[in-house]
Write a protein that binds this ligand. Structure first.
Ligand code: FAD
Length: 499
């Protein structure tokens, strides 16, 4: 009998599993697909206060989010990094005094110790102005953080497993019934079709955009309608500029969007906001969204962005708590927890909404509900322990990268940076005593070797080439179809040998 069973291996499910097992509860987590295959790998990847939410007076959410920036950076300085955002003033849109006021609050609301403060930019002389049209003469620059969202999920899952949680991927929760004061939960292995039951004293429904569907199909609660699904899409184009800062732009429709340096050679542009009704697993960018993002970027950059420039796109569905807002972009980004049942019959905690940025705070709030139902076991801890590979001081990243290059001089610069960012202090677990790339086994292309693939399969639940190329890394941007097929066959062979 587990204390807690968690449905869903996105950031919220994995964050809750980590926090709970670290406090001493026994935990089982089931994810029906790959970890982070839902919304959690389709985000803009910002650990941010959310400048825009100030306009909706969401001060608690903004403060909590701002505070999380440096907490998460310290927990995972390999996959989280500070980023400066350039906000050009656009005459005719929000006035400069309003931007200045928003940024003043942003700087002072909470938690900023190492991140540099806001400054005013003269875009006619600063290099950030160079790629922009000449009409943009003045701007502001402020701090937030960037995170590899899919790896944030997997590292939370890895840490939870290291501490004793059972993590099952490709495993769908198909039924949950109350029985003698606990839950009997039926898990289906989606690779074999085999079903088995587990028992848990408390259930957490962290199924993100599927949360209402789980309430209906798994708990037989028809007609549940708590979340509003809002699609957001991004486009990736060859890089539009050379410096390492991002842009936050205002569009004439009142929305804001970002242009972010991405995977060394690209620029990420997004996002859109549109209500979505279909299956969250099938969401894809529409031609209108692609055109909208290209046109919006063209408003600011000298170089026009055409639909033909797009090398990759991705779309995700925000599972926003349905607060009755009329416009998708106005629906609250805050999270809401709803608890049902009692300890005598078995408690269910449902999670609606939330952001990547606040996942740890959300988990902390879930712990309060768990403690009330099951009794307290351990103190709050999740912000003071590093995630796997993140056990080094935040300002030492550059020095560590240099040391990695010295120890493994055969790695090209791009691969060394990728490995240090993905694995931090665990990089040497993969690279070992290698003296040449060939010591790491087969080379699948773009610096991906057999040693890394084996590590990702044995320690990070990777099963398919897609898991590795689009979630454990973004090497999918660089591998050819033939290379992807070769990786797929290799992984299938390793899995069949292990079975
Ligand atoms: P998910 O990641 O979707 O996880 C739910 C999981 O449950 C899925 O993996 C699914 O497969 C699984 N599941 C469903 N049903 C079952 C079942 N029956 N059995 C087992 N498993 C099941 N937040 C930020 O902080 N910063 C940003 O920059 C940002 N940008 C965003 C941009 C976009 C376009 C979008 C869409 C969101 C963005 N967000 C951002 C929000 C953030 O990504 C989400 O709030 C967060 O990822 C939600 O995580 P989750 O764990 O609730 O859901």
């Amino acid at each position: 009998m587990y204390d807690i069973a968690v449905i869903g291996g996105g950031i919220n499910g994995c964050g809750i599993a980590r926090d709970a097992v670290g406090r001493g509860y026994s935990v089982c987590l089931a994810e029906m697909s790959d970890l982070a295959s839902g919304t959690s790998s389709w985000s803009t990847k910002l650990i941010h206060g959310g400048l825009r939410y100030l306009e909706h007076y969401e001060f608690r959410l903004v403060r909590e989010s701002l505070e999380e920036r440096e907490v998460l950076w310290a927990m995972a300085p390999h996959i989280v990094r500070p980023m400066r955002f350039v906000l050009p003033h656009h005459s005719g849109l929000r006035p400069a005094w309003l931007l200045r006021l928003g940024l003043f609050l942003y700087d002072h609301l909470g938690g900023r110790k190492l991140l540099p403060p806001t400054r005013v930019l003269n875009l006619t002389s600063d290099e950030a102005g160079a790629p922009l049209k000449a009409v943009f003469r003045k701007g502001f620059e402020y701090s937030d953080c960037w995170v590899d969202d899919a790896r944030l999920v997997v590292l939370n899952a890895r840490d939870a497993a290291n501490r004793g949680a059972d993590i099952h991927t490709r495993t769908q929760v198909v039924k949950a019934v109350r029985e003698d004061g606990h839950w009997r939960v039926t898990l289906r292995d989606l690779r074999t079709g085999a079903e088995r039951d587990i028992e848990a004293r408390l259930l957490v429904n962290a199924a993100g955009p599927w949360v209402d569907r789980v309430l209906g199909e798994t708990f037989g609660r028809n007609g549940a309608r708590n979340v509003r699904l809002v699609q957001g899409s991004h486009i990736v184009v060859p890089k539009l500029y050379d410096h390492d800062r991002s842009y936050i732009f205002q569009n004439s429709d009142g929305r804001i969007f970002f242009a972010i340096p991405y995977e060394r050679d690209f620029t990420l542009i997004g996002t859109t906001d549109r209500d979505y009704q279909g299956d969250p697993a099938k969401v894809a960018i529409t031609p209108e969204e692609s055109a909208y993002l290209c046109a919006a970027a063209g408003e600011y950059f000298k170089r026009q962005v055409a639909v033909d420039d797009i090398v990759w796109t991705y779309s995700g569905v925000r599972p926003l708590f349905d607060d009755g807002a009329s416009k998708a972009q106005e629906a609250t980004r805050d999270y809401v927890l709803r608890e049902e049942g009692d300890p005598e019959s078995g408690v269910l905690v449902n999670i609606f909404g939330g952001k990547l940025t606040t996942y740890r705070r959300l988990a902390n709030s879930v712990m309060k509900k768990i403690e009330a139902a099951l009794g307290s076991k351990g103190p709050e801890w999740s912000g003071s322990e590093p995630l796997p590979g993140g056990d080094f001081p935040v300002l030492e990243f550059a020095g560590r990268l240099q040391a990695l290059k010295q120890k493994y001089p055969f790695l090209d610069d791009g691969t060394a940076l990728r490995i240090e960012r993905q694995f931090g202090t665990l990089a040497e677990t993969i690279l070992g005593n290698a003296k040449a790339l060939s010591d790491l086994g087969r080379d699948f292309g773009a610096g991906l070797t057999e040693a890394e693939v084996r590590y990702l399969m044995s320690r990070e639940w990777a099963v398919t080439a897609e898991d590795i190329l689009w979630r454990r890394s973004k090497l999918g941007l660089r591998l050819s179809k033939a290379q992807v097929d070769a990786l797929e066959s290799y992984m299938a062979e390793v899995s069949s040998r292990a079975a």
